[in-house]
Design a protein around this ligand. Sequence first.
Ligand code: GAZ
Length: 268
Amino acid sequence: MSQPARPIVYHIPICPFSQRLEILMELKGARDAVDFRTVDITKPRDEHILKLSGGTTALPVMELPNKGALKESLVLMEFLEDSFPEPAIRRADPYERGLESLLITLADPMIGAGYRLILNQDRGKTEELKAAYLKAAENVDAFLRAHSKGEGPWLFERFGWAEAAFTPFFLRFAFIPYYEGFDLPEDGRFERLLEWRAACLAHPAAQQTSEEEIIKVYYDYAIGTGNGGVPEGREVSSFVFEPHWKDRPMPPRAKYERRASDKELGLL
Ligand code: GAZ
Protein backbone atom coordinates (compact mmCIF):
# COMPACT_ATOMS: atom_id res chain seq x y z
CA MET A 1 0.00 0.00 0.00
CA SER A 2 1.42 3.39 -0.90
CA GLN A 3 1.85 5.96 1.83
CA PRO A 4 -0.17 9.18 1.42
CA ALA A 5 2.09 12.09 0.47
CA ARG A 6 3.40 14.14 3.39
CA PRO A 7 1.94 17.59 4.05
CA ILE A 8 4.35 20.28 2.85
CA VAL A 9 4.81 23.36 5.03
CA TYR A 10 6.38 26.41 3.40
CA HIS A 11 7.93 28.37 6.18
CA ILE A 12 10.38 31.03 7.26
CA PRO A 13 12.70 29.24 9.70
CA ILE A 14 12.84 32.19 12.10
CA CYS A 15 9.07 32.85 12.00
CA PRO A 16 7.44 32.19 15.38
CA PHE A 17 4.20 31.02 13.78
CA SER A 18 6.09 28.35 11.87
CA GLN A 19 7.96 27.30 14.98
CA ARG A 20 4.61 26.42 16.56
CA LEU A 21 4.31 23.60 14.02
CA GLU A 22 7.88 22.44 14.47
CA ILE A 23 7.41 22.24 18.23
CA LEU A 24 4.15 20.35 17.86
CA MET A 25 5.68 17.76 15.53
CA GLU A 26 8.74 17.48 17.79
CA LEU A 27 6.43 16.74 20.73
CA LYS A 28 4.86 13.98 18.64
CA GLY A 29 8.29 12.61 17.77
CA ALA A 30 7.25 12.97 14.13
CA ARG A 31 8.97 16.03 12.71
CA ASP A 32 9.73 14.12 9.51
CA ALA A 33 6.07 13.40 8.89
CA VAL A 34 5.90 16.98 7.61
CA ASP A 35 7.99 18.22 4.71
CA PHE A 36 9.18 21.64 5.96
CA ARG A 37 10.43 23.77 3.08
CA THR A 38 12.31 26.96 3.70
CA VAL A 39 11.29 30.28 2.12
CA ASP A 40 13.54 33.35 2.06
CA ILE A 41 11.40 36.23 3.38
CA THR A 42 13.72 38.82 1.82
CA LYS A 43 12.88 37.63 -1.71
CA PRO A 44 9.59 38.01 -3.61
CA ARG A 45 7.21 35.11 -2.97
CA ASP A 46 7.06 32.24 -5.39
CA GLU A 47 3.97 32.08 -7.65
CA HIS A 48 3.23 28.57 -6.44
CA ILE A 49 3.06 29.67 -2.78
CA LEU A 50 0.93 32.71 -3.58
CA LYS A 51 -1.49 30.43 -5.37
CA LEU A 52 -1.66 28.11 -2.37
CA SER A 53 -2.34 30.96 0.04
CA GLY A 54 -4.88 32.66 -2.21
CA GLY A 55 -2.67 35.71 -2.65
CA THR A 56 -1.59 36.55 0.90
CA THR A 57 2.14 36.46 1.58
CA ALA A 58 2.22 35.46 5.26
CA LEU A 59 3.67 32.07 6.10
CA PRO A 60 3.36 29.27 7.13
CA VAL A 61 1.24 27.78 4.34
CA MET A 62 0.54 24.08 4.12
CA GLU A 63 0.12 22.18 0.86
CA LEU A 64 -1.81 18.94 0.98
CA PRO A 65 -0.94 16.99 -2.16
CA ASN A 66 -4.09 16.09 -4.12
CA LYS A 67 -6.26 18.09 -1.73
CA GLY A 68 -5.49 21.76 -1.45
CA ALA A 69 -3.92 24.10 1.02
CA LEU A 70 -4.37 25.57 4.49
CA LYS A 71 -2.86 28.55 6.27
CA GLU A 72 -2.85 30.25 9.71
CA SER A 73 -0.60 28.59 12.26
CA LEU A 74 -3.34 27.66 14.73
CA VAL A 75 -5.37 26.04 11.95
CA LEU A 76 -2.28 24.14 10.85
CA MET A 77 -1.63 23.01 14.42
CA GLU A 78 -5.16 21.59 14.59
CA PHE A 79 -4.73 19.87 11.25
CA LEU A 80 -1.50 18.22 12.39
CA GLU A 81 -2.97 17.24 15.75
CA ASP A 82 -5.88 15.54 13.98
CA SER A 83 -3.70 13.95 11.30
CA PHE A 84 -1.10 12.58 13.72
CA PRO A 85 -3.26 11.82 16.75
CA GLU A 86 -0.67 9.80 18.70
CA PRO A 87 0.45 11.11 21.08
CA ALA A 88 -2.29 13.70 21.55
CA ILE A 89 -0.88 17.07 22.58
CA ARG A 90 -4.22 18.81 23.13
CA ARG A 91 -6.18 17.87 26.23
CA ALA A 92 -9.07 15.45 25.70
CA ASP A 93 -11.53 17.15 28.01
CA PRO A 94 -13.59 19.92 26.34
CA TYR A 95 -13.26 22.33 29.26
CA GLU A 96 -9.52 21.81 29.42
CA ARG A 97 -9.29 22.37 25.67
CA GLY A 98 -11.20 25.58 26.22
CA LEU A 99 -8.63 26.69 28.79
CA GLU A 100 -5.82 25.93 26.36
CA SER A 101 -7.50 28.02 23.67
CA LEU A 102 -8.22 30.81 26.12
CA LEU A 103 -4.58 31.01 27.12
CA ILE A 104 -3.55 31.17 23.46
CA THR A 105 -6.10 33.95 22.91
CA LEU A 106 -4.61 35.85 25.84
CA ALA A 107 -1.23 35.55 24.19
CA ASP A 108 -2.31 37.82 21.32
CA PRO A 109 -2.37 41.12 23.25
CA MET A 110 0.98 40.29 24.83
CA ILE A 111 2.47 39.39 21.45
CA GLY A 112 1.12 42.59 19.90
CA ALA A 113 2.44 44.70 22.78
CA GLY A 114 5.90 43.11 22.57
CA TYR A 115 6.17 43.76 18.83
CA ARG A 116 4.90 47.34 19.17
CA LEU A 117 7.60 47.92 21.79
CA ILE A 118 10.43 46.50 19.69
CA LEU A 119 9.29 48.27 16.50
CA ASN A 120 8.83 51.65 18.20
CA GLN A 121 11.35 54.34 17.27
CA ASP A 122 9.98 57.19 19.40
CA ARG A 123 11.59 57.30 22.81
CA GLY A 124 8.69 59.45 24.03
CA LYS A 125 6.39 56.44 23.57
CA THR A 126 8.62 53.81 25.16
CA GLU A 127 7.25 54.01 28.72
CA GLU A 128 3.66 53.77 27.55
CA LEU A 129 4.48 50.75 25.38
CA LYS A 130 6.32 49.05 28.24
CA ALA A 131 3.31 49.58 30.48
CA ALA A 132 1.01 48.04 27.86
CA TYR A 133 3.33 45.03 27.60
CA LEU A 134 3.32 44.58 31.37
CA LYS A 135 -0.46 44.90 31.52
CA ALA A 136 -0.89 42.15 28.91
CA ALA A 137 1.68 40.00 30.74
CA GLU A 138 -0.21 40.48 34.00
CA ASN A 139 -3.31 39.01 32.39
CA VAL A 140 -1.40 35.91 31.31
CA ASP A 141 0.11 35.59 34.78
CA ALA A 142 -3.33 35.87 36.40
CA PHE A 143 -4.72 33.23 34.04
CA LEU A 144 -1.97 30.79 34.93
CA ARG A 145 -2.46 31.41 38.63
CA ALA A 146 -6.19 30.82 38.31
CA HIS A 147 -6.20 27.82 36.02
CA SER A 148 -2.99 25.83 36.04
CA LYS A 149 -3.33 22.55 37.84
CA GLY A 150 -0.79 20.62 39.81
CA GLU A 151 2.74 21.25 40.96
CA GLY A 152 4.66 21.85 37.76
CA PRO A 153 5.22 25.00 35.71
CA TRP A 154 2.79 24.03 32.89
CA LEU A 155 -0.88 24.81 32.36
CA PHE A 156 -1.55 21.08 32.81
CA GLU A 157 0.85 18.24 33.67
CA ARG A 158 3.22 18.71 30.80
CA PHE A 159 4.39 21.02 28.04
CA GLY A 160 1.29 20.93 25.84
CA TRP A 161 -0.87 22.77 23.34
CA ALA A 162 -0.76 26.25 24.84
CA GLU A 163 2.98 25.94 25.49
CA ALA A 164 3.60 24.95 21.86
CA ALA A 165 1.74 28.06 20.68
CA PHE A 166 3.30 30.49 23.17
CA THR A 167 6.95 29.41 23.42
CA PRO A 168 8.04 30.80 20.02
CA PHE A 169 7.12 34.27 21.28
CA PHE A 170 8.93 33.86 24.58
CA LEU A 171 11.97 33.10 22.45
CA ARG A 172 11.46 36.10 20.15
CA PHE A 173 11.02 38.36 23.15
CA ALA A 174 14.72 37.94 23.95
CA PHE A 175 14.95 41.01 21.72
CA ILE A 176 13.22 43.14 24.37
CA PRO A 177 15.91 42.99 27.09
CA TYR A 178 18.63 43.27 24.46
CA TYR A 179 17.31 46.29 22.57
CA GLU A 180 15.13 47.95 25.20
CA GLY A 181 17.12 47.09 28.34
CA PHE A 182 13.86 46.00 29.89
CA ASP A 183 12.16 42.76 30.91
CA LEU A 184 9.31 41.50 33.10
CA PRO A 185 10.43 42.63 36.57
CA GLU A 186 11.19 40.00 39.19
CA ASP A 187 9.17 41.75 41.88
CA GLY A 188 6.64 38.96 42.41
CA ARG A 189 3.97 40.38 40.07
CA PHE A 190 4.98 38.06 37.23
CA GLU A 191 6.26 35.12 39.23
CA ARG A 192 3.94 32.52 37.72
CA LEU A 193 4.50 33.76 34.16
CA LEU A 194 8.28 33.86 34.64
CA GLU A 195 8.22 30.30 35.95
CA TRP A 196 6.21 29.22 32.90
CA ARG A 197 8.47 31.14 30.50
CA ALA A 198 11.66 29.61 31.94
CA ALA A 199 10.24 26.09 31.68
CA CYS A 200 8.95 26.67 28.13
CA LEU A 201 12.30 28.06 26.95
CA ALA A 202 14.21 25.11 28.43
CA HIS A 203 11.98 22.43 26.91
CA PRO A 204 13.81 20.07 24.52
CA ALA A 205 11.05 20.27 21.87
CA ALA A 206 11.46 24.06 21.56
CA GLN A 207 15.14 24.41 20.66
CA GLN A 208 14.77 25.20 16.93
CA THR A 209 16.33 28.64 17.35
CA SER A 210 18.42 30.51 19.91
CA GLU A 211 18.59 33.86 21.64
CA GLU A 212 21.70 34.74 19.66
CA GLU A 213 20.00 34.02 16.33
CA ILE A 214 16.89 36.00 17.32
CA ILE A 215 18.91 39.04 18.42
CA LYS A 216 20.96 39.12 15.23
CA VAL A 217 18.20 38.36 12.76
CA TYR A 218 15.63 40.68 14.38
CA TYR A 219 17.91 43.73 14.36
CA ASP A 220 15.72 45.33 11.69
CA TYR A 221 12.64 45.04 13.90
CA ALA A 222 14.53 46.97 16.59
CA ILE A 223 15.01 49.84 14.12
CA GLY A 224 11.40 49.76 12.98
CA THR A 225 11.37 47.49 9.90
CA GLY A 226 9.51 44.19 10.18
CA ASN A 227 8.90 41.17 7.97
CA GLY A 228 12.13 41.06 5.98
CA GLY A 229 11.91 44.60 4.60
CA VAL A 230 15.06 46.57 3.92
CA PRO A 231 15.53 49.55 6.28
CA GLU A 232 16.29 52.98 4.81
CA GLY A 233 19.96 53.48 4.05
CA ARG A 234 20.68 49.76 3.94
CA GLU A 235 20.90 47.29 1.12
CA VAL A 236 20.40 44.00 2.90
CA SER A 237 17.78 42.82 5.40
CA SER A 238 18.97 41.29 8.67
CA PHE A 239 16.66 38.37 7.74
CA VAL A 240 18.85 37.19 4.83
CA PHE A 241 20.14 33.61 4.93
CA GLU A 242 23.65 34.56 3.75
CA PRO A 243 25.91 35.54 5.48
CA HIS A 244 24.79 33.04 8.11
CA TRP A 245 23.84 34.63 11.44
CA LYS A 246 26.58 32.65 13.17
CA ASP A 247 29.18 34.52 11.14
CA ARG A 248 27.79 37.95 12.06
CA PRO A 249 28.72 40.01 15.12
CA MET A 250 26.20 40.88 17.84
CA PRO A 251 24.43 44.08 16.69
CA PRO A 252 24.70 47.30 18.69
CA ARG A 253 22.07 47.50 21.42
CA ALA A 254 21.44 51.21 20.97
CA LYS A 255 18.33 51.36 18.79
CA TYR A 256 17.18 54.92 19.44
CA GLU A 257 20.56 56.59 19.05
CA ARG A 258 21.83 55.28 15.75
CA ARG A 259 21.48 52.65 13.07
CA ALA A 260 24.16 50.17 12.14
CA SER A 261 25.29 49.78 8.51
CA ASP A 262 25.16 46.55 6.52
CA LYS A 263 28.91 46.22 7.06
CA GLU A 264 28.74 46.68 10.83
CA LEU A 265 26.00 44.02 10.98
CA GLY A 266 28.18 41.61 9.02
CA LEU A 267 25.66 41.49 6.18
CA LEU A 268 28.10 42.23 3.34
N1 GAZ B 1 -1.66 34.73 11.59
C1 GAZ B 1 -0.60 34.11 10.83
C2 GAZ B 1 -0.33 32.73 11.39
O1 GAZ B 1 0.16 31.86 10.66
O2 GAZ B 1 -0.66 32.49 12.56
C3 GAZ B 1 0.62 35.02 10.89
C4 GAZ B 1 1.78 34.58 10.05
C5 GAZ B 1 2.80 35.69 9.84
O3 GAZ B 1 2.61 36.85 10.28
N2 GAZ B 1 3.92 35.39 9.17
C6 GAZ B 1 4.90 36.39 8.86
C7 GAZ B 1 5.13 36.47 7.38
O4 GAZ B 1 5.12 35.48 6.70
C8 GAZ B 1 6.27 36.06 9.41
S1 GAZ B 1 6.37 36.01 11.12
N3 GAZ B 1 5.36 37.67 6.91
C9 GAZ B 1 5.76 37.88 5.56
C10 GAZ B 1 4.68 38.42 4.71
O5 GAZ B 1 4.97 38.62 3.54
O6 GAZ B 1 3.56 38.64 5.20
C11 GAZ B 1 5.22 40.25 13.11
C12 GAZ B 1 4.45 41.20 13.76
C13 GAZ B 1 3.72 40.85 14.87
C14 GAZ B 1 3.78 39.55 15.36
C15 GAZ B 1 4.57 38.62 14.72
C16 GAZ B 1 5.25 38.95 13.58
C17 GAZ B 1 6.05 37.93 12.95
O7 GAZ B 1 2.96 41.85 15.44
O8 GAZ B 1 6.85 37.32 13.59
O9 GAZ B 1 4.36 42.49 13.39
C18 GAZ B 1 5.18 42.94 12.38
C19 GAZ B 1 5.88 37.58 11.56
C20 GAZ B 1 2.06 41.50 16.40
